[in-house]
Design a binder for this molecule. Structure first.
Ligand code: ADP
Ligand code: MG
Ligand code: MG
Ligand code: MG
Ligand code: MG
Length: 443
């Protein structure tokens, strides 16, 4: 436990905190806030702030709408940007039922359930290092986002043309004030696109960090007159935004993915875990890539994976084993994009990996060739299968995968499927400009 109630009361006083933002995440990964004035602190700390669950996507039916916010004191932080009304602090909360029991439809509670499963299997932490990418677009006079990029820079571009660089530097500074350890920040391949990498953390903290990161990026960008978006593919013809997920299992101080006695330094456990990930990669795609637009990124030619395969040599497959060994030994899942609910994604990955360890089967052979030059027959001979190409296919694949379903629990599974099917149905009702351009004159 990082902070006690007493610490929090002290920090409120010392920093003149005036408002408290109680944060949680709905099923679609959207961050929700209940903001209370600081005179409600006693109520907050006593877990007595209520929430109307029926107003939140995927939570509960109207008959049972009264829910409680249980703040996680370890997530306390004061936002570094001021407000004329005083400082704002936040606490991330778990959602409980009116009778005090954990609410199963809360993605954060659910991830804690999977973490307990990991502890029962004898491991102490699941370290996650995310690499979120985002675009910065100019805003118009009315403060609405445009599709005009703020620069023409490219990967690792140091030219003055990179106007987004100031904004990104500011984002990094604010993150550091909030306790993030930023390891790298750079311009991405596409113009206007950026990546900021922060140090890995254990499952729940990592998911919390991802959510906090998004708030900081959007807030700081707005101050620069820019709109930051984590939409996976905002522009055609250039790379989309992913969120590679680096992962490793630890037993106390030891990275159990590492084994100095094997030829490649990878432990048997890591190979079993990898086999579990490959087995359920298709089933968990709806979780990792939950929007219609996610599938516009998962196409050939833009550095995003399209097939289920792994490699320790090239950087393009679904799962890569980066060359670091020792404490840095890890697997990197490259399909995930930043619209994923990080609590659900980490739960699905961890549960699938643990199932792999239980099954104790080695994965198929790595693919060190360019998959994109193989034809379908050759791919199937090498046991390389396609990731779902649409949200619809991904939902169908999730319905076929009991392991991934168990990683969510029934409540979350049902509301997730409902929510994704609604989105797909809404999309199917639309007719795009591309279709009019293709067909209006031709037929
Ligand atoms: P890439 O080479 O794919 O661009 P980056 O260097 O951008 O990778 O990001 C690497 C990420 O992996 C960082 O978030 C880092 O903290 C994380 N990482 C390093 N070691 C581990 C580990 N053992 N387990 C999980 N994540 C790790
Ligand atoms: Mg990177
Ligand atoms: Mg890097
Ligand atoms: Mg990148
Ligand atoms: Mg990466």
């Amino acid at each position: 436990q990082k902070y006690t109630e007493q610490d929090i009361r002290q920090m409120v006083q010392d920093n003149q905190v005036e408002f408290l933002r109680l944060m949680f995440t709905d099923i679609n990964g959207i961050i929700k806030n209940v903001e209370v004035p600081i005179d409600q602190l006693d109520k907050v700390l006593a877990n007595k702030v209520t929430l109307d669950g029926s107003s939140i996507d995927g939570f509960v039916r109207i008959e049972e709408s009264d829910m409680l916010l249980y703040p996680d004191l370890n997530t306390w932080l004061i936002f570094p940007w001021g407000s004329e009304h005083g400082k704002v602090a936040r606490l991330i909360c778990d959602i409980h039922m009116a009778d005090g029991t954990e609410f199963a439809g809360d993605p954060r509670n659910n991830l804690r359930r999977i973490v307990r499963e990991m502890q029962d299997a004898g491991f102490t932490s699941f370290n996650i290092g995310p690499e979120p990418e985002f675009f910065l677009f100019k805003m118009d006079d009315k403060g609405q986002p445009t599709l005009n990029l703020n620069d023409n820079g490219g990967y690792f571009d140091f030219e003055p043309v990179d106007l987004g660089e100031n904004c990104r530097r500011d984002i990094v500074l604010e993150l550091e004030k909030m306790g993030f350890e930023v390891e790298a920040s750079h311009h991405e391949v596409a113009p206007g696109q950026h990546e900021i990498d922060f140090k890995y953390a254990d499952a729940i903290e990592a998911a919390d960090n991802i959510q906090t990161f998004k708030v900081v990026v959007k807030t700081v960008a707005r101050k620069h007159g820019l709109h930051a978006t984590f939409m996976p593919k905002p522009l055609e013809g250039i790379n989309g935004s992913g969120m590679h997920v680096n992962m490793s299992l630890f037993k106390n101080k030891d990275n159990v993915f590492y084994d100095q006695n094997t030829k490649n330094g990878l432990s048997q456990t890591s190979m079993y875990f990898l086999a579990g990930l490959l087995d359920h990669a298709i089933g968990m795609t709806a979780i990792n890539n939950p929007t219609v637009n996610s599938y516009k990124r998962l196409v050939p030619g833009f550095e995003a994976p399209v097939y289920v395969a792994w490699s320790g040599k090239n950087r393009s497959p679904l799962i890569r084993v980066p060359s670091a060994r020792g404490a840095g030994t890890r697997l990197e899942m490259r399909s995930v994009d930043p619209t994923a609910n990080p609590y659900l994604t980490i739960a699905a990955i961890l549960h699938s990996g643990l199932e792999g360890i239980k099954a104790a089967q080695l994965p198929v052979a790595p693919v060190n060739r360019n998959i994109y030059t193989m034809d379908e027959t050759e791919r199937h001979q090498n046991k390389i299968y396609d990731l779902p190409a649409t949200l619809h296919n991904a939902i169908q694949a999730l319905k076929q995968d009991d392991v991934v379903r168990k990683s969510m629990g029934e409540h979350l599974y049902k509301s997730f499927i409902d929510s994704r099917e609604l989105e797909w149905a809404a999309y199917c009702q639309t007719v795009s400009q591309w279709e009019r351009d293709q067909y209006l004159k031709r037929f």
